[in-house]
Design a binder for this molecule. Structure first.
Ligand SMILES: Nc1ncnc2c1ncn2[C@@H]1O[C@H](COP(=O)(O)OP(=O)(O)OP(=O)(O)O)[C@@H](O)[C@H]1O
Ligand SMILES: [Mg+2]
Length: 354
């Protein structure tokens, strides 16, 4: 694990000790802030939340124990390593029960300090990561309920709007436009809810059949032609599909959904036209693994976004749901044990390999 740029706060009333620790940590590329008493520590932590705190137990104003408690209240993910003078170990153990990740006794060994800090940061990262996954299954349980609660009023709004539409004078330009906007927004919300439901729906294992990749791709291109009619006029599609590829044992609809999401993204990345190449072949080192590649010369993806693409709800589009690639991964990786991979250069284009 890198230490580069991680935010550390050192809390100790001994200026020499603080200066010494700061020098060591900065040489390891930590970002270090300092507080010489408890009150300052709490204020600073509130203002700019550190990832890890080195906390001396004996402070001039507030007991270390209280500082620990307050820091944990600010953000329970802040890793706190307690530092004690000689003989303070018993208290330190007690502090670990109260949420500290480790304790060190003075004089401090530099290597022990660094390794304890790395460990503390790792625990912190793991806790944050765990919570992300914790939320996942509960989202699945919760969403159908939420969807129901959203859709019912949406239906009511649509119904009421239809009545307004019928009974009002649609020659009134502003009124007609407003009704159109409400209609579109309601439709968008309905679609959003549907996409979320598709995302959390459990796999349908019954409908596994031998699927011809060639056929799925041509069906997908047909759907796209209707779905993105105006874009389709400006985009040249080149296909290079090895004939007689082995059948893929899969759910046809799911595969279709995967390719549709990928092609749709490619089209959306080429609003002013461009070229999409779709290749399918056997992987060179395999007799049965098929590799399907989609290459576009659209907007490409910013480097800092590359690792977020598959996160549910990650989107850079005004009207995006951010579920397209998350669904692809779910189907390809989690259900079919395949691989999906995106490479991209901003302003050059994107390649998606399945
Ligand atoms: N071919 C591509 N070219 C450029 N950016 C892409 C491409 N494919 C994906 N992206 C980026 O990845 C993000 C996530 O894609 P994803 O399909 O998951 O969601 P979305 O397209 O934003 O919304 P949705 O598919 O739910 O309508 C997009 O918002 C876009 O920034
Ligand atoms: Mg998409």
């Amino acid at each position: 694990m890198g230490t580069l740029g991680r935010k550390i706060m050192v809390v100790d009333d001994n200026q020499d000790f603080v200066d010494f620790i700061r020098k060591i940590l900065e040489s390891k590329d930590f970002r270090v802030s300092v507080a010489l008493d408890g009150k300052t520590a709490i204020e600073k932590a509130l203002f700019d939340i550190p990832e890890l705190v080195l906390l001396d137990l004996k402070l001039p104003d507030i007991p270390g124990e209280e500082v620990l408690k307050r820091i944990k209240e600010i953000d329970k993910d802040i890793a706190v390593i307690v530092i004690t003078g000689y003989g303070g170990e018993q208290v330190a153990v007690d502090m670990m029960r109260k949420g500290a990740v480790d304790f060190l006794s003075k004089p401090i060994d530099y290597e022990v300090l660094i390794s304890s800090m790395k460990n503390g940061l790792e625990i912190r990262d793991a806790q944050i990561e765990d919570r992300r996954f914790d939320r996942y299954p509960s989202l699945e349980r919760f969403f159908p309920f939420l969807a129901h609660e959203i859709r019912n009023p949406l239906h009511a709004i649509s119904g009421a709007l239809a009545i307004i539409q019928r009974r009002s004078d649609l020659k009134d330009e502003i009124l007609a436009q407003s009704i159109k906007i409400i209609n579109e927004e309601v439709r968008h919300l309905n679609e959003f809810v549907q996409e979320c439901l598709n995302f959390v729906r459990p796999p349908d294992a019954v409908r596994f059949i031998g699927v011809e990749i060639n056929e799925v791709i041509s069906v997908v291109m047909n759907v796209i032609l209707h779905m993105l009619e105006s874009e389709s006029k400006k985009i040249r599609v080149v296909t290079d599909i090895t004939p007689h590829l082995p059948l893929v044992y899969a759910n046809y609809e799911e595969l279709k959904q995967v390719f549709l999401n990928i092609v749709k993204n490619a089209y959306e990345a080429m609003p002013d036209g461009g070229e999409l190449t779709i290749k399918a072949c056997l992987r060179p080192d395999s007799q049965k693994d098929i590799e399907i590649t989609f290459i576009d010369n659209g907007t490409g993806i910013k480097k800092e976004n590359l690792n977020k693409l598959f996160n549910p709800f990650f989107t850079t589009k005004v009207r995006g749901t951010g579920l397209g690639l998350a669904v692809c991964r779910r189907i390809i990786v989690e259900r079919y044990h395949g691989k999906i991979h995106v490479e991209s250069i901003e302003n050059k284009g994107t390649t998606v390999k399945v």
